[in-house]
Design a protein around this ligand. Structure first.
Ligand code: CMP
Length: 141
C-alpha cells in the first residue's frame, strides 16, 4: 500500500555532508520525495515537533540539538513507506543499528542519530502536517 512518511536529515548529518548519501538511499529503496526543504528550526519549532517527548529527560537537549543547524525535511512516498524508512534508518541508538543502515553509517549516539522517521500512520499524519501544507506536497499531477 502506498503511504507517506516524514523524514528528517538531522543537523549532525547535514554538517557531515551526508545529505546526498541519505537521499540516494531513500531513492534506491523506492521512497520518492514528494516534498522537501532545508530548514534551520527555531527551538520552539523543535519543541512543538517533539511535544510527545516533553516529559522525557532528554527533551531539552534533543530540542537544542535539533535547532543547532539546518535539517533537511522530506515527505517520502512509496509502498509501506513508514516501515521501509524505519528499516533503512536502523535502531534509534546507532550502536545498536544493523550494519548497512543510515544510523550505523552516519549516527554518533542515541541523540545525534542522523535521521528521523515517523513511527506510525497517525504520527506521520501529524508530522507531515506540522511541516508541510498540502499545496507543498507533490500529488502526482
Ligand atoms: P527520533 O527518531 O528523532 O525520535 C526522538 C529522538 O529523541 C530520537 O530520534 C533521538 O534523537 C532522541 N532520543 C531518544 N532516546 C534518547 C535518549 N535516551 N537520550 C537522548 N536522546 C534520545
Amino acid at each position: 500500500m502506498s503511504e507517506r512518511t516524514l523524514a528528517i536529515i538531522k543537523p549532525d548529518a547535514v554538517k557531515k555532508l551526508a545529505i546526498g548519501d541519505i537521499l540516494g538511499r531513500y531513492e534506491k529503496a523506492g521512497l520518492k520525495p514528494v516534498a522537501m526543504k532545508l530548514l534551520h528550526m527555531a527551538k520552539p519549532v523543535a519543541e512543538g515537533f517533539y511535544a510527545v517527548h516533553k516529559a522525557r529527560p532528554f527533551f531539552d537537549s534533543l530540542c537544542t540539538f535539533m535547532s543547532s543547524g539546518p535539517s533537511v525535511i522530506l515527505v517520502l512516498q512509496g509502498d509501506n513507506a513508514i516501515k521501509k524508512n524505519r528499516d533503512l534508518m536502523g535502531a534509534t541508538d546507532p550502536a545498536k543499528a544493523d550494519k548497512g543502515t543510515i544510523r550505523a553509517a552516519h549516527g554518533t549516539n542515541i541523540e545525534f542519530n542522523a535521521v528521523h522517521g515517523s513511527d506510525s500512520p497517525d504520527t506521520a499524519q501529524f508530522e507531515i502536517g506540522f511541516f508541510f501544507p498540502g499545496m507543498e506536497i507533490y500529488d502526482g499531477r
